[in-house]
Design a protein around this ligand. Structure first.
Ligand SMILES: [Zn+2]
Length: 398
């Protein structure tokens, strides 16, 4: 038994428990047994392991529901080129962009890919992410897509973080192929991925000039028949109908949504599909068209915030900073943003009964921040005020 006591605040992300002042959490067998005021701890402290959270703020572990781990190699030079005024298309013509990462991932051995991403995942954990979604999509052929998914499985088994794998074979059109022909190939890979249980979700980059709504419908309908859960990259640059398709097919989430309209929001609110918002991408690309998060909340859409961690358009694992961006650019209260980064992320992975809040029955994935108030976390921006990560009831050394 573990008792974390004398926290200044516990931000539970739970409607029932809200924000507790001067609280404690009791943990048993990796799960939360009890949360409440210090003076009401229902167990004997003599036999328990005690953690004194004096003056600190407790939150649930972050659930980062959209990353592009595992990848290989960096594109720091392209970041500088963009800042100096070169367009993405020019960079792409010079051999940069997603296809460059594809080449690097294809060339890497599974061992190299595993060790490279182990470091990236540990950095996410050290910033408070205890559950993370990762995607394939830099292989674009069966062998290398499977290599990526196997790396996610090995990372999940060997690191304390929980990793949810997504198959994103339809991330980009491989050089020399057309979209319709490639979608048929991707569909033909689904049974093997299902049989080997390598992915929970199937996702697609549904965007003008990449994969159309018709391609997405074909792939996702087949994926659903095989028992996969569904996600879509939708309405990032232009509104072409991906969000509506997600709502219609019962996708667990639709992600990006910078070009979404009110009709789409109503469809998402109706279907219960989670909107995963990625303010880090808009920020890092130097753009100003943030997804209309405030309006989505008002329309009753379930909302999550995630990093979109990838080597091109969002090179950060720091969910604390995403909360800052959601406040400034999407006009979320800190309470709304923190919930979107924890319970919202859990809903976007269909794990809301397991993680995302500090309440009895859930996994004991708990963060201790050395700050005087939960609102201080995004306010003291782009630095890491995390003092301790507890994963499955175990304090980690970071
Ligand atoms: Zn993405």
């Amino acid at each position: 038994m573990l008792v974390i006591r004398r926290a200044k605040q516990i931000f539970t992300s739970s409607d029932k428990y809200g924000i507790l002042e001067n609280g404690s959490v009791v943990v048993e067998d990796g799960r939360i047994l009890w949360v409440g005021p210090d003076e009401e701890i229902p167990v004997s402290l003599e036999k328990a392991r005690l953690i004194d959270a004096d003056g600190m703020v407790i939150t649930p572990g972050f659930v980062d529901a959209h990353t592009h781990i595992p990848f290989y190699g960096h594109r720091a030079d392209e970041f500088e080129m963009r800042n100096m005024g070169m367009s993405y298309m020019e960079i792409r013509e010079r051999g940069g962009g997603i296809r460059r990462t594809v080449r690097m991932v294809r060339r890497a051995t599974k061992e190299q890919l595993l060790e490279y991403n182990r470091k990236l995942v540990r950095k996410a954990l050290s910033h408070g992410t205890t559950t993370l979604e990762g995607k394939s999509g830099y292989g674009l052929n069966l062998r290398d897509e499977i290599k990526q998914l196997e790396v996610l499985r090995e990372l999940n088994e060997s690191e304390p973080i929980d990793i949810v794998p997504t198959f994103l074979g339809a991330h980009e059109i491989p050089e020399g192929k057309d979209a319709a022909e490639y979608i048929e190939e991707v569909i033909s890979w689904l049974p093997e991925i299902k049989e080997r249980n390598l992915a929970v979700f199937v996702d697609i980059f549904c965007e003008k000039g990449v994969f159309s709504v018709q391609h997405a419908r074909k792939l996702l309908t087949r994926a659903r028949e095989l028992g996969f859960k569904l996600k879509l990259h939708a309405e990032e640059f232009e509104r072409i109908g991906g969000a509506m398709l997600g709502a219609e097919l019962g996708a667990v989430s639709v992600d990006h949504l910078t070009a979404i309209n009110e009709e789409d929001m109503e469809a998402l609110a109706e279907s219960g599909t989670v909107a995963v918002l990625l303010p880090g991408t808009t920020f890092f690309l130097g753009k100003s068209d943030y997804a209309p998060g405030r309006k989505m909340l008002e329309k009753g859409v379930k909302v999550a915030i995630a990093t979109d961690f990838n080597p091109g358009s969002s090179m950060s694992q720091n969910m604390q900073f995403m909360i800052t961006l959601a406040g400034i650019y999407m006009h979320f209260t800190v309470e709304e943003a923190l919930r979107a980064a924890t319970l919202g992320g859990a809903m976007a992975l269909d794990l809301q009964d397991e993680v995302g809040s500090v309440e009895p029955g859930k996994k004991a994935d708990i963060l201790l921040f050395n700050v005087p108030d939960y609102r201080y976390i995004p306010y003291n921006y782009a630095v890491n005020n995390l003092r301790m990560v507890i994963k499955d009831g175990k304090p980690l050394t970071l």
